[in-house]
Structure formats: structure tokens, C-alpha cells
Ligand binder design. Sequence first.
Ligand SMILES: Nc1nc2c(ncn2[C@@H]2O[C@H](COP(=O)(O)OP(=O)(O)OP(=O)(O)O)[C@@H](O)[C@H]2O)c(=O)[nH]1
Ligand SMILES: [Mg+2]
Length: 352
Amino acid sequence: MNVQNEVILLLGKTGAGKSTLGNLLLGRLDNHPFTASDEWESKTKNCEVATFTFENKTYDLVDTPGIFDTREGVNPLEKISEFVHKCAHGVRAILLVLEVGRITDEEKNSLMTIRNFLGKDARDNFIVVFSKANRNQVKDKRIAWNKIEILRTFIEQINNRWGISPNPDCYETEREPHEKRLTEIKKFIAQIKVLYSTKQFEENQKRLAEEQRKKKEDDERRKREYENKIREQEREKWEKEKENLKKEKENLEIKISQMKNYDTDSDSERDNWRTTSVPIKEVSKVTNVPKKEVSKVASVPKKEVEKTSDTKGIAILSSGITGAAVGTAMAPGIGTAVGYLAGVVVGVVVTL
Ligand SMILES: Nc1nc2c(ncn2[C@@H]2O[C@H](COP(=O)(O)OP(=O)(O)OP(=O)(O)O)[C@@H](O)[C@H]2O)c(=O)[nH]1
Ligand SMILES: [Mg+2]
């Protein structure tokens, strides 16, 4: 596509009314040369050029695909970029078409995207054109853009170059105000003193690429830092966990060792008890029963007497033997047994 003249670019989001405005600027009401869409879908797929003459000067009016056009195979900014690179005579005006009414986030985004895409140097060439205004807004040129911060800032930066696109629904019936609005836009175009060059565009593209590269680097660095931080936190957590487990293990080992010692102590205590057998002569001494009589009197075999290992047992046994001795003295035979039993009972009661 050859570009022979200074260019007027129509830019904006999909469906904003770029093709419609282009046709009206050319004085065409037949949906030509640019095709406006009657459907929900985006229409313009490639940059299209039409010659436009105003105040004896000829321009190439360029309709572009809407930014945020997500159709397969359409990368609007790439297409616009390719085209701007070919604008050997420079760009005179950039008509940024924004839908009036609700200025949505998408609308704000389209403004920021285009502003960033072309860079600061394009400020001298921008004209904001509000589309889809109602009859009164068209008639009075009245849009409350100054209530929206981003718009106010931008329009002030571009020296209040803003206009209203004619409403195609009532253009023919209310020609006068609509023509006025078109003339205002054309006058703004003619008043623009400086051209936006492909060189400025290329420099801005380089700046954007550099910014993107830096952003990517920053993002990757932040991602790495974040991952390292998470890894470090995990490591510290595991170190603590390991330390806790180690302490727990040590405590358990101490406990096990204490239990082992306790077992050993109990064994030796038990062994002590076991070995604390009471010799017959001691029993005889305590009970005043002759040594050879002790086992007889107690009706307990001699070795059982000696095996008896606990003090309670000895006391009970001694009590039994004493009882038996007393019983024998009182009534030999039955008295021994009765006395022994009575002695045991007394021993149990007293000891336990
Ligand atoms: N009421 C009203 N309707 C408009 C105006 N401008 C455009 N339209 C309508 O909005 C629809 C889309 O307009 P287009 O001119 O195709 O929009 P576009 O920005 O070229 O869209 P793409 O090429 O898809 O990016 C059409 O139905 C137009 O008739 C306007 O100022 N007022
Ligand atoms: Mg279009």
C-alpha cells in the first residue's frame, strides 16, 4: 500500500466509529470507502487508505483495525505499526475516536495504549473525537469529558483539540450541526503545525521495546527473588523442624535410658529382697522357739522359711510362729495349729 501524502490516522477501539467518521469526513454517506460495521463483530481488519482533500491540501486518510480486536490473525497494533513505518511524508493528525456516554475502563485503556504506542512526540498531532454522541451533544458540542481525570489531563495536554463525530442516524436530517462538528475537526487538522515522523515513531518503538525488556528482566528478577525467599523460608522451617526432632529424640533417649536404669534398679532391688532370706536362727531368736523346732512349729518347710524375702512376710511368719509356740504350750497338737493360724492373722492385721 503506497502512502503518497501526509497521513491522518483514525485510531480507537473496535466499534468506536472510526470507519464511520472516516466516511463522513470524506462526505460519503454510502458506507464507502471504509466499511462500517452493523454487527457486533469488529469490521476493519487492515489499514485502509483514502485520499482526503481539505483547504487545497491532500492527505491520506487511514482507517485502522480497532485496538483490542481479538480476532484470529489480527494484531491491530502490529498492523498499525507496519503502516506507520511506511508514512514517508509523516503523520499530520491522529484522530483518537472515543465512545461517549459511559467512558469504560476499555475506553480509558484504549487511550492509554494508543498514547503509549505513539509516545510523547505524538501529543502535537492528537485530536480526540467523541463518537456516538446524542443529538443535543452534537448540537451544542457538549461533552463532560473534564469530569474524567484521565481525559481531562490528556485533552489539556493536547491543547483542547477535541471534537464530536456526527451521528450517522440523524446526520442527514440535522445537517447543519453535524457539518459544524465535521468542520471543527477538519480545522484542527489544518491547524496542526508539526508532523509526527516515522523516525519519532521508531524511537518510541525502541523505547517501548527497551521498557518491555527491562520490565521482563524486573519481573524475572522479582520472580527469582520471590522463589528464593520461599525456598529460604522452607529451609528455615525444615531446619527448625529438624532441630525440634533432634531435641525430641534426645529427650526420648534420656527417658529410655532412665527407664532402663529404673528396670535395673528394680531388678537389683528385687534381687536384694530375694537374697534377704531370714536365717532360721534369727526366726528362733525373734520367736523364742528352738531352732530345730521353728520349721516344725510353723508347719513350713525349713527352706521356705529361709526363702521368705519380704519384711511383711517375716513379720507375718514370726507372728504365726509365736502364735504356734503359745498354742503348743497351751495345748500341744491342736494348739500349735490354732496358735499358728491366730498368729498369722494377728501378723496380717498388724503388718498390712
Ligand atoms: N449513534 C452513533 N452510531 C455510530 C457512530 N459512529 C459509529 N456508529 C455506529 O457504530 C457501529 C460501528 O461503527 P464503525 O464505524 O464500523 O466502527 P469502527 O471503529 O470502524 O469498528 P472496527 O472497524 O470494527 O474497529 C456502526 O453501526 C455505526 O453505524 C456515532 O457517532 N453515533
Ligand atoms: Mg472500522
